[in-house]
Design a protein around this ligand. Sequence first.
Ligand code: UDX
Ligand code: ADP
Length: 459
Amino acid sequence: MSFDKHIVCIGAGYVGGPSMAVFALKCPTYKITVVDINQDRINAWNSNQLPIFEPGLDDVVLQTRGKNLFFDTDIPLAIKEADIIFVSVNTPTKTFGKGKGKAADLQYVEKVARSILENADRDKIVVEKSTLPVRTAEAIKGILYSNNEKNIRFQVVSNPEFLAEGTAVDDMLDPDRVLIGSEQTEEGLKACQEIISIYEHWVPRDKIITTNLWSSELTKLVANAFLAQRVSSINSISALCEKTGANVSEVAYAIGRDRRIGPKFLRASVGFGGSCFKKDILNLVYIAESYGLPEVAQYWESVVAMNAYQEERFVDRMVSFMFNTVAGKRIAVFGFAFKVNTGDTREAPAIHVCKRLLSEHAQVVVTDPKALDNARLDLKDCEGDLTFAEDPYEAARDAHAIAIITGWDEYKKLDYQKIFDSMAKPAFLVDGCQLLDADQLYDLGFNIISTGRDHKMHA
Ligand code: UDX
Ligand code: ADP
């Protein structure tokens, strides 16, 4: 079959995979090829066991794979064939050199840009899809325009991804908005129109926002910074609630009823995790610092500092109510993923909590419905008494405390009488996300330490 257009995506990760699967579903006359240097990942995309878990993704991939969606490792060939190249390789925070700990490490993006330049033999549109610091397009352009012997014209466009893990497919199918940034030149606007026409297959035109390149790049960072700031704001209030007898869920609900504030992203937790929030804010901080705006940098840095405080506080409060020691006590950690409906554990608060508990010499047993493999990897260098259990009942057996870090729905449906009976006494329930009904569990006999509200202890 001949296709109208060939779209290639470099990077078959959390961003590239689901985005391209939905492109393939909604644009049946386009050929979509997703390439990656990681052969195992590509093999997994071509198997029945996809490398990432996303509700609805298996179905979309099954409908499109082998028809107009392909996964491959032949990057040079894909680049040659492509009309439009999406770049969605990883952009971790730098762990070395200038900007260490804050700036984004652009080595992977740069390698891709060089590879595009080397292999392209006709004009291409290159789209930044990964979260990238502002002015990365400039760097990509710098490389793409550096060798003009072939007389190829590249247009660099920014089309940041706003999909959240766990709802990636739905977010792609029904986005709040699509953002496309391009150079404000005739060719730039033409390239922008090409990207618009992909999304127009299913997204109403008034939801597609176009801006200049820099606005688009900055918007991605700012959107994540604002979301994270809401979580840190409510988490800061959770600390105050615990001291004063107010209940953070009630406060959040009541403020959220103000339409100017809105109800979303006001759930107190053990802290925000995920691959984006911390990285993007630190990036924003770095950019502000580099432009000589220390007050702006400090303001945003405090959002990350509040998050670290929340993780720390969770363990401190638990230890203090458990008679100031958890040494030798079995603690069942319920939930390790950075949020529900994903197996992803990047920057998960549970990593820090488990490490702290192990440093307090607790016996830690981790259970999670989707993230146990990643949990094993994240904690592989930890010393101490650490085990993993598929079954939450088994994790809780003989435990002195259950610590709920990720509020999986299945934890609401467990038989807590059975769990209580199997635990060491006094049995503590430390609920980091107000998942369970504290009053009901208190009546069963648990001592309750719930984030954002007063503790409830049996005498
Ligand atoms: C985020 C953005 O939402 C998405 O638009 C962007 O493209 C990538 O980063 P994601 O990291 O998948 O998505 O997760 P998100 O749902 O935003 O949650 C981030 C973290 O905040 C999670 O750890 C979550 O548990 C936490 N959170 C969220 C809270 O603690 N309280 C809330 O009220 C909401
Ligand atoms: P994200 O959450 O941004 O999608 P991931 O780490 O899940 O990040 O995915 C990024 C993918 O990019 C990985 O599968 C990685 O192997 C791939 N990748 C990194 N560098 C290159 C490269 N030079 N060429 C092709 N793929 C790459």
